[in-house]
Every structure is written in C-alpha cells, then in structure tokens.
Design a protein around this ligand. Structure first.
Ligand code: FES
Ligand code: FES
Length: 157
C-alpha cells in the first residue's frame, strides 16, 4: 500500500498495513525520528501530524490514515533544509536532555503554533501539557515554544 509522508508517496510493505502507524513509519519505512514510548497514547513521544493535526501514531491504525497527509519530524524542516522555527528554537535553547521525547514535543508544538502563533504562556502550557518529558525539561520546552512563536510572528520563518 502507499502512504503520503512528508509530501512524498511512499510504498509500504503490506505486512504493516493492518498495524499501527508508528511501526509503519519506524520499521516499515525506516524513519526513526518518530519515537515509541508508552504505546498507549499517553506520553506523546510518537506524535506526528495527520492532515496537520498532532496525532499519536502508537494508537493510530495505518488504515485510518491511508488517504491522509502525514508529516513526521523528518519533514518538519523546509525543503532547502532550513529548520522549522520550533526545531531552531529547541536547538538554540539546548532543550533536550536524553531527547527521547523531543520529536513528539516538537511535532506537538509545531501543530499548535500553526493554529495559534501568538500564544500566551498559559496557552503554551495547556498545549504542551500532555507531552511528557521524563528528564523534566519542561521549562526549556515552554521557553522554546515561546521563542518559536516570536520567530513565526516576526515573519523570519
Ligand atoms: S508512544 Fe505514543 S503516546 Fe506514548
Ligand atoms: S529529554 Fe529525556 S524524556 Fe524528554
């Protein structure tokens, strides 16, 4: 079967067609930017975009997204390689510790800022509250999301 990921139509081995999106992406297509954590839709580490909406790939059947536009961390940067403002802010802010949660954090933040690029601190906290970081990088995550919002508002991205 085919899946549309990061703007490209990709051929997925039928062995993954009845499974979950996270394994289709990671094992079927070899794109390991999407992380697997709890496997229960709780931690957010597996977050990707499905038609622009932050979606937990560990509880999303491949069949449910067969006709959707999927974006993974690998597709977040611009085609010329320019990092997404969220990626740049996480890099500049030295946000990650172990980094296991960070793909999901950035995908969640990018989808949120697409809907609201001028968020209050409270809105950032609310948007990011269900993405867990076991290293406790929450302060840096929130700061980086605010910086990314400023970048987007400034039209420099
Ligand atoms: S691995 Fe999907 S929400 Fe935790
Ligand atoms: S940086 Fe380690 S879990 Fe978030």
């Amino acid at each position: 079967m085919k899946l549309t990921i990061n703007g490209a139509e990709m051929e997925l081995d039928d062995a993954y067609a009845d499974g979950l999106l996270v394994w289709a992406i990671r094992d079927g297509l070899g794109m390991t930017g999407t992380r697997f954590g709890c496997g229960a839709g709780i931690c957010g580490s597996c977050t990707v975009h499905v038609d622009g909406v932050a979606t937990r790939s560990c509880v999303t059947p491949v069949a449910a997204v067969a006709d959707a536009e999927i974006t993974t961390l690998e597709g977040l940067a611009a085609e010329d390689g320019t990092l997404h403002p969220v990626q740049q802010a996480f890099l500049d802010g030295q946000v990650p510790q172990c980094a296991w949660c960070m793909s999901g954090q950035m995908m969640q933040a990018a989808a949120f800022l697409e809907q609201n690029n001028n968020p209050t601190k409270e809105e950032i906290v609310d948007a990011m509250k269900n993405n867990y970081c076991r290293c406790g990088c929450y302060h840096r995550i929130k700061s980086a999301v605010a910086v990314a919002a400023e970048t987007i508002q400034g039209g420099t991205a």
